[in-house]
Design a protein around this ligand. Structure first.
Ligand code: SF4
Ligand code: FES
Length: 209
């Protein structure tokens, strides 16, 4: 077993356990965006940052394995400040505030992020409503990659592809032929994991505010 300290409390975990899993098992709440416990950690968003004694800066907890003697601070002010700036930047590119029930909104609340301070280009509405059960609002996509990994790793359908870079980054279905012409099997795993409601089951769209 590996012995470490999380928020001042000694704990022990199996080798290979990530700091995120250890912290959550110990009752600490760490915000995440690109992480979904059903998928391999991706380490793309840098929202799950924590402080680790002796480290030169905050580390992403979802991809960092626990080490013997590690001292972790999940409320480290620098980690929270950087994670908050990351979320603020993400929000600054959206056409409006995230819907309150989404994971993105919850993460922003957790990190104390409100109205973005950096006005700039925002994504314009671009909707793909060709699928009978799934609606894709591309302007809400934050390129976390969770839907692509859900489709590949969980369902094995490979219907979704990440495209573009930076501000242009997004996700397309069926090499942009649309969901309907893709290898999509309508499992809904993409909508289930999406933290922003960019992909939503149409039945849910009809009942949500
Ligand atoms: S559609 Fe949703 S799950 Fe997929 S990359 Fe965009 S925000 Fe992430
Ligand atoms: S949740 Fe860890 S890097 Fe995104």
């Amino acid at each position: 077993m590996i012995e470490l300290t999380i928020d001042g409390v000694a704990t022990s975990v199996e080798p290979g356990t990530t700091v995120l899993d250890a912290a959550r098992a110990a009752g600490a709440a760490i915000p995440t965006l690109c992480f979904d416990g059903r998928q391999d950690p991706f380490g793309a968003c840098r929202v799950c940052l924590v402080g680790v004694e002796g480290a030169p800066g905050p580390v992403p907890s979802c991809t960092t394995p626990c080490r013997d003697g590690m001292v972790v601070d999940t409320r480290d002010p620098t980690a929270r400040r950087v994670a908050g700036a990351v979320v603020e930047l993400v929000l600054s590119e959206l056409p409006g505030p995230p819907a309150p029930h989404t994971e993105l909104a919850a993460v922003a609340r957790d990190l104390g992020v409100g109205e973005p301070r950096w006005p700039g280009a925002v994504h314009q509405p671009l909707h793909d409503d060709r699928h009978p059960y799934l609606s894709f609002h591309h302007e809400l996509c934050i390129s976390c990659g969770r839907c692509v990994r859900a489709c590949d790793e969980v369902q094995g359908a490979f219907a979704l592809t990440a495209t573009g870079r930076g501000f242009e980054a997004n996700v397309v279905a069926g090499l942009d032929a649309g969901f309907r012409e893709s290898t999509c099997v309508s499992c809904g795993a993409c909508a289930d994991t999406c933290p922003t409601d960019a992909i939503t089951e149409i039945s849910l769209l009809e009942v949500l505010p």
